[in-house]
Design a protein around this ligand. Structure first.
Ligand SMILES: [Ca+2]
Ligand SMILES: [Ca+2]
Ligand SMILES: [Ca+2]
Ligand SMILES: [Ca+2]
Length: 446
């Protein structure tokens, strides 16, 4: 069955809706300025900067390492981090570490172990963070830390930038900086050896700066325009690996979506090999728009998370939709796809459930990809219509905004907009650059 080409250029709806939502975020940034924090171990100077509660873990009963909340304040010149604990925080050695993602992909780029009296541990990770440790500086002493009734950390961008390899420099501030950063704070104990005893909230924040930034990261080259449809998933999902990520999406417009807790963990307990412990496993995938099953695989077993045990090829359903577009939904649970090839599928119908088939050394997630049926199945950029987009997994994420159309970007959280938001159904093609242009104009015109 073939469809008539069904592409409309729905530019007015996305522009007006996105601009209003963007303005709310800019207003929040303005309300938090100026940031004037003294690194003295006292949290009283953090004002209204949002706090994120720790979702799990009590550091094995060590209240001095039991993280209860984390806040971050990325300014023009520094990254500030505040860690609060259940009792007076531990202060000897390196009890509190941070991982800091500021560059490229949503992998952390540096890991810092600040020491109040000696040198700080600093390691860095190349390729936007999506690699193993590529270097470090054991004699770096660029961080300020004060541990009093709370843990307060300042990472001066100038000192960090100077310590990094050339390929990572110039990304911490200024025009080349990404509009948001994310920090994962965690506590460590050393008896009997290095042990991460509590991972605190992983906190994403837009930069708290007076210089205007667009709120969406720049899409990789060639990502404009993208094809946007309703989300195939209910609830809030993390774009854990996006387009062109060298991990497994090199050269591809593909998106790995999974659920996380507040520490950005896909399961509880951490790295559990039990599929049922994963937050995404068994979640329902629905057809964004009506289509026809082009092809499928439904009989492959689920892999064991973080292992290749039981691993074979992935299950998938490949759905042909209007616009000569094929939508690939991969890694589904065996037997969960209720269709055969050539079956018609209605908009919103269940396509299968999120599983771990063919997902070597990873965890359950949905691999979502669009392919051009008229161009050798080349992958194409995808977006979503009518979604809430944020930087944190929590329902009350202060940085979330509702947008009519959004090109999928790694590191953001996305969920369908609540009922009541005007719908823009069907397949639309939008020009991301126009949306960004409007945001810039509003911002600079205030
Ligand atoms: Ca302070
Ligand atoms: Ca805790
Ligand atoms: Ca990164
Ligand atoms: Ca925790």
């Amino acid at each position: 069955m073939k469809y008539a080409r069904l592409i409309c250029f729905c530019l007015l709806v996305p522009m007006s809706a996105n601009a209003a939502a963007d303005q709310d975020v800019y207003d929040l940034i303005d309300s938090l300025l100026p940031v004037s924090i003294t690194v003295d171990g006292d949290a009283s100077d953090w004002g209204s900067i949002p706090a994120f509660a720790d979702p799990t873990g009590d550091a094995g009963g060590d209240a001095s390492r039991d993280i209860t909340s984390v806040r971050i304040a990325p300014t023009d010149t520094d990254l500030y981090v505040l860690i609060e604990t259940d009792a007076t925080p531990a202060s000897l050695g390196f009890p509190f570490w941070i991982r800091f993602d500021f560059d490229g992909f949503a992998c952390h780029d540096v890991e810092i172990a600040p020491d109040p009296i000696g040198n700080d541990g600093l390691s860095w990770f190349d390729q936007g963070g999506c690699s193993g440790i590529t270097g470090g500086d054991p004699s770096w002493n660029g961080t300020d830390i004060a541990i009093g009734s709370a843990v307060e950390i300042r990472v001066p961008y100038s000192a960090l930038d100077a310590a990094l390899p050339a390929s990572m420099q110039g990304k911490l501030s200024g025009a080349a900086a990404r509009p948001w950063v994310r920090v994962s704070a965690f506590s460590v104990d050393y008896l009997p050896g290095y042990t991460e005893v509590d991972r605190g909230a992983a906190v994403g924040s837009y930069r708290l700066v007076t210089t205007p930034y667009d709120l969406d990261s720049v899409l990789p080259s060639g990502g404009t325009p993208f094809t946007a449809m309703p989300s195939p998933l209910a609830g809030r999902w993390y774009v854990g690996q996006g387009a062109m990520n060298p991990l497994t999406h090199s050269g591809k417009w593909a998106y790995d979506l999974h659920r996380t807790d507040g520490s950005l963990q896909p399961e509880n307990p951490i790295q559990s090999a039990v599929l049922a412990d994963n937050h995404s496993y068994g979640e329902v995938i629905t057809a964004p728009v009506a289509g026809t099953v082009y092809s499928l695989e439904n009989a492959q077993p689920d892999c064991t998370p973080y292992s290749s045990v039981g691993c074979a090829a992935p299950n998938f359903v490949f759905l042909e939709v209007p616009g000569d577009l094929g939508l690939l939904f991969s890694h589904t649970i065996p037997g969960s796809i209720p269709y055969a090839a050539s079956d018609p599928v209605g908009a919103g119908a269940v396509l299968g459930t999120v599983g771990n088939s063919g997902s070597y050394s990873s965890w359950p997630h949905l691999h979502y990809e669009g392919q051009d049926l008229l161009n050798s199945f080349a992958s194409v950029p995808l977006g979503m219509t009518n979604v809430v987009v944020g930087l944190n997994p929590t329902l009350g994420d202060p940085w979330q905004r509702t947008v009519a159309s959004w090109g999928l970007r790694e590191g953001y959280f996305v969920s369908p907009a609540p009922i009541g938001v005007p719908l823009a159904p069907g397949v639309v093609v939008v020009t991301a650059l126009l949306g960004l242009g409007i945001a810039t104009a509003l911002r600079s015109g205030r």
